[in-house]
Design a protein around this ligand. Structure first.
Ligand code: ADP
Ligand code: MG
Length: 476
């Protein structure tokens, strides 16, 4: 089964990603719903799990080998490294759909609202084409979204789109760092639009889900109905579009879908973690197309916005736990100390309320210190060169000594250059200092490394992805 799905998998995610992440997998078995693979490192397994699980699960299932999760063991290491079981994702495994007849072509039967995750249809029933959306979270609505300076433009633009009316900017492109409310705003648009125009079709999905659907259509030689479905919606929203960068034919199909909708003056809303111009591995024509409409930056939160968000979330908690007492100054302290990522802020408050509920104590600054020590420590933490060296060595399965040695073999030299590049971009250390820390090298060696990596990042999307991932892990 593995050899049969490798072709469509490669077509969907692109040669580079396939070579980097799929080819090294050692397929072992698929039994009792679990597909087992050997991987070089735990990290490698986690990455595959995070980025390619759905697609692998879907393809294997559609090949008649039903699996619902992946499991990894480290090659050359007897101890298996289990990865958390996949959550049910509602993708299911639809049976092959019939080729549409010409009659269907102009009137696809769209029966399912996008917020309903599609259950897998029974193998025998001929499934109707349906809107393949990701589920919407009803709490991610406009009422629960706190507006401040950093997100006011994004919010206003989202409101405008949700009101319907003539399409005034297309696409709306929202971008910003993790946990700043992009997904929340996208859901809010979809929910509000549906509420106002129940007859219209709003399709919200992650770029990953888009890819998954596309690969399935390739698999079942059913791209025609894929195209029909995606081109028949009134509003298309694709979240985290950076995911499809470097992913061959998925990117291509996204571009065509996008163009077809914009031509029909249907609204398209896109989100990404970076500005269109900064998404590596995206074709130039797609990049420029994405900039045609309104590009809005969701900025990191400032103190006032964090305060507002905390107050609003605290109210929600109070509704459920009216007995909890909150000392004054706690909200201010959290807003001051916790980073700009709203998800972490929310998590902190949730923990405090849970703790207070359990021990029956008032939430005060002592409890904050006790309960959130790790979060607070993480929030004032700076990345160090030592950490970079350690992480890069671990990531490439090298010894730290090798990384710092004089060895010039590519397998060591390239990771070394990547580590220097990360040291330059994530710390404030000077070039001579970086050289010194990397086994006493000259600063010109560091400059050479930075140039080399800059250059490779443009041409090698696998390497660019790797660097991005390391950066995130180091900054997390
Ligand atoms: P992103 O998609 O940008 O990574 P999310 O939309 O997933 O971020 O937001 C992370 C969490 O923070 C969500 O639970 C969301 O509800 C919350 N959040 C972010 N911004 C706001 C805001 N302005 N008001 C209320 N909640 C917010
Ligand atoms: Mg998001």
């Amino acid at each position: 089964v593995w050899s049969r799905i490798c072709g469509p998998l490669e077509a969907a995610i692109g040669r580079d990603a396939f070579t980097a992440w799929i080819a090294p997998l050692r397929f072992r078995s698929a039994e009792n719903g679990v597909a087992q693979f050997g991987v070089p490192t735990t990290f490698f397994g986690n990455w595959v799990e995070r980025n390619y699980r759905d697609i692998i699960v879907g393809l294997m299932t559609s090949e008649g080998v039903p699996v619902d999760r992946l499991s990894f063991d480290i090659i050359g290491n007897a101890r298996p490294a289990p990865v958390p079981a996949a959550l049910s994702n509602g993708y299911g495994a639809p049976a092959p759909q019939p080729q549409p007849t010409p009659v269907q072509r102009h009137a696809p039967a769209l029966s399912r609202a996008p917020e309903q995750a599609a259950p897998p249809p029974a193998a025998a029933a001929a499934p109707e084409p349906e809107l393949p959306g990701s589920p919407l979270d009803p709490r991610y609505n406009f009422d629960n979204f706190v507006v401040g300076k950093p997100n006011e433009l994004a919010h206003a633009a989202a409101r405008r789109v949700a009101e319907g009316g003539p399409v005034s900017f297309n696409p709306l492109f929202l971008y910003g760092g993790v946990g700043l409310g992009k997904t929340h705003l996208m859901h809010a648009i979809a929910l509000e639009y549906q509420r106002q125009f129940p007859g219209k079709k709003v399709l919200y999905l992650s770029a990953e889900h888009f890819m998954y659907k596309f690969v399935q259509s390739l698999r079942f030689k059913d791209t025609l109905s894929f195209k029909q479905i995606f081109r028949s919606v009134d509003v298309l929203m694709v979240d985290d579009v950076q995911f499809i960068s470097g992913k061959g034919s998925t990117q291509e199909e996204f571009f065509h879908t996008f163009n077809a909708l914009v031509e029909q003056r249907k609204q398209v809303v896109i989100s990404a973690d970076r500005a269109p111009g900064e998404i590596d591995g995206l074709e130039d024509r797609i990049r420029s197309r994405l900039q045609w409409g309104l590009v809005v930056d969701v900025h990191p939160t400032d103190y006032e916005l964090r305060l507002g968000i905390l107050q609003s979330k605290a109210e929600t908690h109070f509704a459920a736990q009216p007995d909890v007492q909150l000392a004054s100054g706690v909200i201010e302290f959290l807003a001051h100390r916790i980073s700009s990522n709203v998800r972490i802020l929310e998590g902190a408050l949730t923990r405090l309320f849970a703790f207070a509920g359990l021990v029956g104590r008032r939430i005060d600054l002592d409890m904050v210190q006790e309960c959130l020590a790790d979060t607070l420590r993480a929030s004032d933490r700076k990345v160090t060169i030592d950490e970079i060296i350690r992480k890069v060595a671990e990531h490439y399965n090298l010894k730290i000594n090798d990384l710092l040695s004089a060895r010039r073999a590519r397998s060591v030299a390239r990771p070394r250059q990547i580590a220097m590049f990360l040291a330059k971009s994530l710390t404030s250390k000077s070039l001579p200092e970086i050289g010194r820390r990397f086994g006493g090298r000259d600063h010109t060696t560091v400059i050479h490394a930075l140039r080399k990596i800059e250059e490779l990042r443009q041409t090698d999307s696998g390497l660019a992805e790797d660097i991005e991932l390391l950066r995130r892990m180091l900054e997390a």
